[in-house]
Design a protein around this ligand. Sequence first.
Ligand code: HEM
Ligand SMILES: *[C@@H]1O[C@H](CO)[C@@H](O)[C@H](O)[C@H]1NC(C)=O
Length: 502
Amino acid sequence: MVIWGLVLGAMLVAIVAYLCLPGLLRQRRPQEPPLDKGCIPWVGHAMAFQKNMFEFLRGKWAKDGDVFTVLLGGEFFTFVMDPLSFRPIIKNTEKKLDFVQYAEEVVQKVYGYQRLQGDYQIIHTASTKYLMGDGLKDLNQAVLDCLSLVLLEPGDPKLGATHWQEDGLFHFCYNIMFKAGYLSLFGCTKDKEQDLLQAEEVFKKFRRFDILLPRFLYSLLGPRERLEMGQLQCLFHKMLSVRHNQEKEEGMSNWLRHMLRYLSEWGTTPAVLAKFSFMMLWASQGNMGPSSFWALLFLLKHPEAMQAVKDEAAQVLRGTKLEAKQSFVLPISALGRTPVLDSVMEETLRLAAAPTLVRVVQEDCTLKMASGHEYLLRRGDRVALFPYLSVHMDPDIHPEPCTFKFDRFLNPNGSRKVDFYKKGKKIHHYSMPWGSGVSICPGRFLALSEMKLFVLLMVTYFDLELVEPDTPVPPIDPGRWGFGITQPSHEVHFRYRLKPMD
Ligand code: HEM
Ligand SMILES: *[C@@H]1O[C@H](CO)[C@@H](O)[C@H](O)[C@H]1NC(C)=O
């Protein structure tokens, strides 16, 4: 017995030591960035990071300068904060930084989906074909139809009466955008009322998953929540399985159909297809509600911006009417003639988008900074960018960076402004809501047109007001930095009603 106890004890010590090794043994070598392992072996600074990544990085940046390495949960992350030095990282000029490996690790943990060789190419091909250019036109029409369906709920007497209703703005935007996005990509059946009920059900689960996700990724959920997360994952795999959705096949977007067809031709099992669909549901819907919320909130808080958007909308939508309260009629081509709304969306994303871009170092290499400084990077480490802090909030690139200026991305002659400068040098990456380089979001054009359609409908066909007009813009939930679009730390209440039509 005693012997076994000793052996077990020794094994435990060995395991713990092995896990802590990277933190304990590693020393900064000459020419490497400043290294900070924190006080807790293996964990490093993960707690402070999870609590408020923005504040943590701001502090490190002020102390250590533009490049520094921190230990986070057993991995070393080298953050690069100087946007003038982003180019070689994004372009991967030395071919030594890899995006897929990191994405694989995350995807496996969150969706239970083990990435297949080449699925990245399938996503890319399908997205280029159906989420951009001409292929996007059909999808935009489907999105508009679904927005009509969700906003006007046929058979629902509430809206017909055009009286005021109250809701949380965040909940309202997330709910509407999710249901419209889900139905347009994953398909509808002939029974619209049933589809709406089902979409509502999926939304509730999705939102719960969304709330648990950041702490899940940092492995900080309690046992109860971990169990719930497991159940949610199973539920999604079931709800999104091909068999479950057979009758939807017809209404499914070409984008998803194309990807699923290719994957099955490779012999992918139905169970894996469901996990893939779950990943696509998350990628396509996790940011749409939150960004639409910020856009409407900024417009409600800035009457001059709201007026400018309304004026532009009235101009491009001249003569279109709500037909017998059945659906919104809006020429999709109008989306190409809205420079003011485009600037509003770009400004909203500058203030709301806070993704982390990560690459894994494949071989020891050097990082050349714009200043001429060179740093050594170690194989297996991660290189990370957090453009919200280092670009979006840089007062040199964007004067008064915390202020919403709806015309920040407009030239005086009304065209889109693309000239931004840092230290007098023209800067290419002046806003990075979609990531950049090989991993740039393939859904960005769809995302923009979907959000623009939503805002156009809301300001054109609805009266909107904040319940408390003086309520300030709520602070950002500090536990979600780095996960794409930020979320507010509390709700904002508003009223809306369908405008009486004559
Ligand atoms: C406001 C809305 C959205 C934002 C801010 C956003 C942003 C992003 C970001 C930052 C990434 C990761 C880039 C990286 O790792 O470097 C990403 C990946 C992705 N996005 Fe989006 N996205 C949005 C909407 C959408 C929509 C509507 C779709 C599709 C219909 C979509 C599809 C994808 C896919 C498939 C990927 C992952 C590609 C892969 O891992 O292979 N996104 N998005
Ligand atoms: C509008 O102004 C910008 C710079 O202010 C200029 O680059 C662009 O060519 C102008 N466009 C037109 C149509 O005049």
